[in-house]
Design a binder for this molecule. Structure first.
Ligand code: GLA
Length: 384
């Protein structure tokens, strides 16, 4: 049921580098994927999110080069990309575009970067909504920072990773995924103010653990639906005459939202209510109140399903299966939606029973084999 963990580590990466380049790497870096506990579709509205960096990551072993060339081999795709830092050309979409995108954005920002050669591998499942892209961007940023002796500031690097994704790879996304991959704290979730990028590490209630429940469904529509939701939110903020939905108070919304059409009103209400739930969940975490956190997670799912319209049948079934188990404090879809994963906060002592029983009931309800596993909160991008 669970994916074997710990396959990737410093030694494995060092050995892979040695085999390819016949010498030792100077550094091994890693940057984690993430799961979001609560605060969904709030980041691009300048709101609040509460994700954790997970124990799945993208790893790079590298050594600087004397010329200004890059040579990177992907152990997952069995491909090598090679190019000069002074001749960055867009290729067709693929993993190599991330390498070029991060090199481009660092140079755009005026950093003097050196070329390096390296091997890359990851165990963040691709397309599951666990931010394998952000993990790759931050691992690359960490690698460039190591090779070029750049200062490492998590928020600065997260913004650069987001810009590489937006402008080079061409995918619109908020700042949550890059921020948590850059700044995650072991054993904690991170309350992120997506306007100021202020972060606060909040501990988990004792005796709880986080479970990721992958429905094994992937929807092609995610990008267009994401962009559409985003535009709707931006248009509503404009209608209220404010920079972002974050600036509309619940009172003002209650008084003035009558003029919006029903769908637009419900989309905006999700964002407003989700910001409120996220702040309350962080407060409940500080007090160790797992019941309250779980209750807010459940309400978040219902809002994403009914008001924001980004759940799917399989996600709803997974959430129902999870809620039926006595170990569950709360469960919700996580990430952009339309497929991918749910996240649950559960009693740690019942984790085995929870993962096996929920997987079995999901399987019998849908005929799909899910992947359900306990995860732990790790540090953000680092040299290991
Ligand atoms: C995707 C984006 C994030 C965020 C979530 C929804 O993961 O990359 O920036 O908007 O969707 O909360």
């Amino acid at each position: 049921m669970s994916i074997p963990q710990g396959g990737l580590c410093k030694q494995v990466m060092e050995r892979a580098f040695q085999q390819r380049f016949e010498t030792s790497p100077a550094w091994v870096v890693r940057a984690p994927g993430r799961v979001n506990l609560i605060g969904e579709h709030t980041d691009y509205n300048d709101g609040f999110v509460l994700p954790l960096a997970i124990d799945r990551a993208v790893w790079i072993a590298l050594r600087p080069r004397a010329d200004r060339r890059m040579v990177v081999h992907s152990l997952d795709f069995h491909e090598t990309t090679a190019f000069a830092l002074d001749e960055l050309l867009r290729g067709k979409h693929g993993w190599a575009e991330y390498v070029k995108g991060v090199a481009w954005v660092l140079q755009e920002k005026g950093y003097a970067i050196r070329g390096w050669e390296g091997v890359v591998a990851g165990d963040v499942p691709v397309g599951a909504g666990l931010s394998s892209s952000a993990a790759f961007e931050l691992a690359l940023a960490r690698a460039f920072a190591a090779a070029s002796d750049l200062p490492w500031d998590a928020a600065t690097m997260a913004l650069l990773g987001q810009r590489a994704e937006n402008e080079w790879v061409g995918v619109r996304c908020g700042i949550m995924d890059q921020m948590i991959s850059a700044a995650g704290r072991a054993g904690h979730a991170l309350l992120i103010d997506c306007r100021t990028l202020h972060t606060e590490a909040v501990p988990f209630p004792s005796e709880t653990t986080v479970v990721i429940l992958d429905t094994a469904t992937r929807r092609g529509l995610v990008d267009s639906a994401y962009n559409q939701r985003r535009s709707q939110c931006e248009a509503t903020a404009r209608a209220f005459g404010v920079p972002a939905l974050r600036d509309v108070s619940v009172e003002r919304f209650a008084a003035e939202s009558g003029r919006l059409d029903e769908e637009t009103r419900r989309r905006a209400w999700h964002v407003l209510s989700e910001n409120d739930r996220t702040l309350k969940a962080a407060e409940a975490m500080r007090h160790g109140d797992a019941l309250a956190v779980g209750h807010l997670m459940n309400a978040s799912h219902d809002s994403l399903r009914d008001d924001f319209g980004v759940s799917s049948r399989e996600l709803d079934v997974m959430v129902e299966c999870g809620r039926a188990h006595p170990a569950c404090f709360g469960i919700r879809m996580t990430g952009a939606g339309f497929g991918g994963c749910a996240v649950a906060l559960i009693r740690r002592d019942l984790a085995d029973s929870f993962t096996s029983q929920v997987a079995a009931s999901f399987r019998s309800a849908t005929g799909i084999e899910p992947v359900v596993y306990v995860c732990s909160a790790t540090e953000g991008a680092s040299v290991v």
